[in-house]
Design a protein around this ligand. Structure first.
Ligand code: FAD
Length: 521
């Protein structure tokens, strides 16, 4: 230090002129330690106090002259186990620092909780000369910690006891907190996190209702009692939940957040299962649907029969008309036979026109958001009796969450029913031993793909396109007009989609329906 020049020598900071690290005057150390907020004591190797600072006197009630010369054990209470002190001494006497919490007794006998750390002070050879003790009174902090912990435990037990599913989701739909019912739902559905699935269903229904675009974050939404449907994997029965969501904000505990006021947003999702209520409503709805579909079936059969009749009469009538043409060219237009035949043809055409005007028109149906899984389930419900009677097993593989499609629900239902009816009929024949109907739905190519496969005799490749022509039928025997698939194809086309019979099937028949989410204008 002798050959180094001091640039300043004020009471605080001293800095070397050559730029080397500043040194601090011992007096500054003493003042710093004495004025420190922590209670500081320096002891000899037996714990006898040699020095205490002002904070030590404030916390313990012992003035400096009262403490010096006494042992640190003057602060000990019988509340602490002896092993703790033993381990404290074990540690520090081996030259290691120790820290922990102790109950201390003040001079006036009152107790407080001290957070204490003790460091051995060693000389150049490593010999322990003194111990440096630093502690602070954390009684109040501890009380508050306990209060928070108790409140947390109380809130958790209330949330766990609630008979509804509760999950707190972060901005990316990750579950950060959940309750007992949520865990039960996880186990029931056999999936890691059902909450994002519930949220997708809620969002889909909110977006469709508000006509908003996709891709919005959940935190913008607050919703109440929104009923959504989950189709559990493995074709199990659907489950219904009434969901409510509210926004929860957490202030960030990080230091810089105190200045910026930043925090985190969460969504509190509360879902109440309403499956049994919905199941009853569904029964009533399916019964009503059955009546409606039967009516529609009757009208459509009438439409098909009249169309078939006009189609069949039209052919011979046209032939007679051309014969009349030939006859009148040969024998002249005034030839009584030609005139009589021409009158008969025009009367026939008039009758045909009258017949055409009697064909019931296509009912206009309201277009709206439809859930294809729901429509397919409706068709299963409507076909249950036939499926059971034919001994057909249904293998239902829906995509759990399908985006909603803009469409005409009754027409789409009829489309699926026509395909499923065909499959049932194909399998319900003698010699068809394996009878399995597989129906799968999935979101694909900006639309929804539905596969309906059966284990029946299949359709010969030559007929794959023809089956969609009106009045084409591969079914033997009367009673089949062959308009089911052509009507179904027409419905698919009205929705901007199509139906195809998959060409490479080695066994059975598989129809693939592709419907875009939005109908063409
Ligand atoms: P003591 O007889 O003092 O000690 C209990 C056990 O500790 C003994 O059985 C023995 O195994 C071991 N022990 C005690 N002294 C030594 C030693 N010199 N060498 C090896 N082992 C030893 N205690 C508090 O309760 N509150 C404090 O705030 C606190 N601050 C301390 C600060 C410093 C810097 C140091 C060095 C010690 C501090 N202690 C403190 C510990 C204190 O010295 C006593 O050990 C403790 O208070 C228990 O006192 P006691 O009378 O019950 O038992």
């Amino acid at each position: 230090m002798a050959n180094k020049q001091l640039r300043t020598a004020s009471d605080g900071e001293q800095q070397m002129a050559d730029g080397s690290p500043p040194t601090i005057h011992p007096q500054v150390f003493q003042q710093t330690v004495n004025q420190a907020e922590m209670a500081i004591s320096i002891t000899d190797v037996h714990g006898n106090i040699l020095y205490v600072n002002a904070a030590f006197s404030r916390v313990t009630g012992y003035a400096s002259d009262e403490a010096i010369g006494k042992n640190q054990s003057m602060l000990a209470t019988e509340a602490m186990p002896r092993e703790l002190y033993q381990s404290l001494w074990q540690t520090i006497s081996h030259g290691e620092p120790w820290s922990g919490r102790l109950v201390n007794r003040r001079k006036d006998g009152s107790k407080y909780l001290a957070e204490l750390s003790i460091s051995p002070v060693v000389n150049a050879t490593g010999e322990i000369l003194n111990y440096l003790g630093m502690h602070r009174d954390i009684t109040e902090v501890h009380r508050l910690e306990y209060q928070v912990r108790n409140q947390k435990a109380l809130i958790e037990s209330v949330v766990d006891a609630a008979p509804v599913v509760i999950a707190l989701l972060d901005i990316d739909d990750r579950v950060v907190l959940d309750n007992h019912e949520y865990k039960k739902l996880q186990a029931d559905l056999g999936m890691a996190e059902p909450a994002p699935m519930l949220m997708s269903a809620v969002r889909a229904s909110l977006e469709l209702e508000a006509g908003r675009g996709r891709g919005r974050r959940n935190l913008g939404y607050l919703f109440l009692d929104r009923e959504v449907r989950l189709d559990p994997p493995g074709g199990r029965s659907p489950r219904w939940f009434s969901c409510s969501g509210s926004r929860v904000r957490e202030d960030d505990g990080a230091g810089d957040a105190l200045l910026t006021g930043q925090g985190r947003d969460y969504l509190l999702l509360v879902a109440k299962e309403v499956t049994s209520l919905r199941a009853q409503q569904e029964k009533v709805r399916v019964a009503a649907l059955q009546v409606l579909m039967a009516d529609e079936d009757r009208v459509s059969t009438l439409r098909e029969s009249l169309s078939a009749a006009t189609f069949r009469i039209e052919g011979p009538l046209n032939m007679i008309a051309s014969v009349v043409g030939m006859l009148s060219r040969r024998k002249g237009e005034t030839d009584p036979m030609s005139v009589a035949l021409a009158d008969a043809v025009s009367a026939g055409q008039q009758a045909l026109e009258d017949l055409r005007s009697m064909i019931p028109g296509d009912t206009r149906e309201k277009i709206g958001p439809v859930n294809v899984n729901e429509l397919l389930r409706d068709v299963f419900d409507l076909s249950t009796t036939r499926l059971l009677a034919a001994g057909i097993t249904v293998n239902w593989k829906p995509q759990a969450m399908l985006p909603a499609l803009q469409g005409a629900p009754n027409k789409l239902r009829s489309l699926f029913k026509a395909l499923i009816d065909n499959s049932i009929e194909a399998m319900n024949t003698r010699g068809c031993r394996e009878r399995e109907l597989t129906v799968a739905s999935s979101a694909r190519l900006g639309g929804i793909e539905i596969l309906i496969a059966d284990t029946g005799p299949g359709i010969q490749s030559a007929h794959h396109l023809k089956v969609f022509e009106p009045f084409h039928t591969t079914k033997r025997g009367g009673g089949h007009l062959g308009t089911g698939l052509s009507s179904a194809q027409q419905v698919a086309a009205e929705h901007g989609g199509f139906i195809e019979i998959e060409p490479l099937m080695t066994r059975g028949c598989r129809a693939r329906v592709l419907l875009p989410l939005h109908r063409p204008a």
